[in-house]
Design a protein around this ligand. Structure first.
Ligand code: OSB
Ligand code: MG
Length: 368
């Protein structure tokens, strides 16, 4: 196949409610949507997961656009490509900038699946017909509001609750949740808000039977996560620390975690995500699919990725209506009783809704 045309759009979409983590709050989401067309006129779609501000990783919406325009698109435009795995090999000459790479790479995967008349899930080697879904709940102004939200999502059937914690919004919050919901599958995500000096505090979390604690320490600190894991009963799940297969290998070898949250944007694409998935499976490390507050296009890729065998824990793949009044795909991603049914159509199996796409587009450029 030949990619003959790429269109980048920047979208601006307002989330139903603000999402707060230990590093900041997002509500008006700016992000990129990329369309890659081949010589036969078929299109593949990808979503960029970099935020406007570089607080989760170093990338931003602007750096993604810059990398795509000046380096990544020129590397693939009009080149003969047999399989999307070749894209990540071609991108190796560019360091990092994983979210920018994944935006284009995931669009090529969608395009490839459409060309070969199969679902993206099938093209990736996935086998599940439905996937289990958990929910990620941001930091709330009051514990009562948090308990209310948990109640709603337990009732809706979500398979596990993830809550965000940060210093002074941790032990007492988790204690209150456990008092009200003693059995609910529960985990906490710190987004790097702690250091090894907080070890005694983190050990107190062991009494609450959490499924895992996600990314307690710094994003670049795989060694201290290994030290911490030796002193915690609760499995550590790494998110920000795992940006490549090599990071995963290091973490596994050092014993830094029991679980890895795979976000294909963070690791540079679906091919790398699959490699990390396979490595984890060989080593008995469980994985699940994280989220980046995506619109339906990124969400659809996450659904496809989650069909791989070692995605054994519910992911942060909430339905379209969780974050958005109106999504940009049809049909929207629907969660029923805590499951998403994997679509069987070619590619991601959801079509972009061009009317909504146009409505939310704030800038657009075509590359040929
Ligand atoms: O750490 O997993 C995270 C959202 C933004 C940035 C980082 C994270 C998150 C989430 C929400 O936890 C995941 C989602 O529902 O998309
Ligand atoms: Mg996280």
């Amino acid at each position: 196949m030949k990619i003959t045309e790429v269109t980048i759009r920047q979208l601006s979409m307002r989330m139903k409610s603000p999402f707060t983590t230990s590093f900041g709050t997002v509500q008006d989401k700016q992000f990129l949507i990329l369309e890659a067309k081949d010589e036969s006129g078929l299109s593949g779609w990808g979503e960029g997961v970099a935020f406007e501000v570089p607080w989760y990783t170093e990338e931003t919406v602007k750096t993604s656009w810059h990398m795509l325009e000046d380096f990544l698109i020129p590397l693939v435009l009009n080149k003969d490509v047999q399989h999307p795995d070749e894209i990540s090999a071609i991108f190796k000459v560019i360091r990092q900038n994983n979210m920018a790479k994944a935006t284009l790479e995931s669009a090529v995967w969608d395009l490839y699946a459409k060309r070969t008349e199969q679902s993206l899930a099938h093209a990736l080697g996935g086998t599940k017909e439905k996937i289990e879904v958990g929910i990620s709940i941001g930091i709330q102004p009051t514990t009562e509001q948090l308990l209310q939200l948990i109640e709603e999502h337990v009732t809706a059937g979500y398979k596990r609750m993830k809550v965000k914690i940060k210093p002074d919004k941790d032990i007492e919050v988790i204690r209150a949740i456990r008092a009200r919901f003693p059995e609910v599958p529960l985990m906490a995500d710190a987004n790097s808000a702690y250091s090894l000096d907080d070890i005694e505090l983190l050990q107190q979390l062991d009494e609450f039977n959490l499924m895992m604690i996600e990314q307690p320490l710094a994003s670049d600190d795989i060694i201290n996560h290994a030290k911490l894991q030796k002193q915690l009963k609760t499995p550590i799940c790494l998110d920000e620390s795992i940006c490549s297969y090599e990071d995963a290998r290091t973490a596994i070898e050092l014993g830094s975690c029991g679980v890895i949250n795979i976000k294909f944007g963070r690791v540079g694409g679906l091919t790398e995500a699959k490699r990390i998935h396979d490595l984890c499976m060989q080593h008995g490390i469980k994985v699940w699919c994280g989220g980046m507050l995506e619109s339906g296009i990124g969400r659809a890729h996450n659904v496809a990725l989650t069909t791989l065998q070692n995605f054994v824990l519910p992911g942060d793949t909430a339905g379209s209506n969780h974050y958005w009044d109106q999504d940009i795909i049809s049909p929207e991603v629907i969660v029923e009783d805590g499951y998403i049914k994997v679509p069987e159509g070619y590619g991601v199996g959801y079509e972009p809704n061009m009317e909504s796409l146009e409505q939310f587009t704030v800038s657009k450029k075509v590359y040929r």
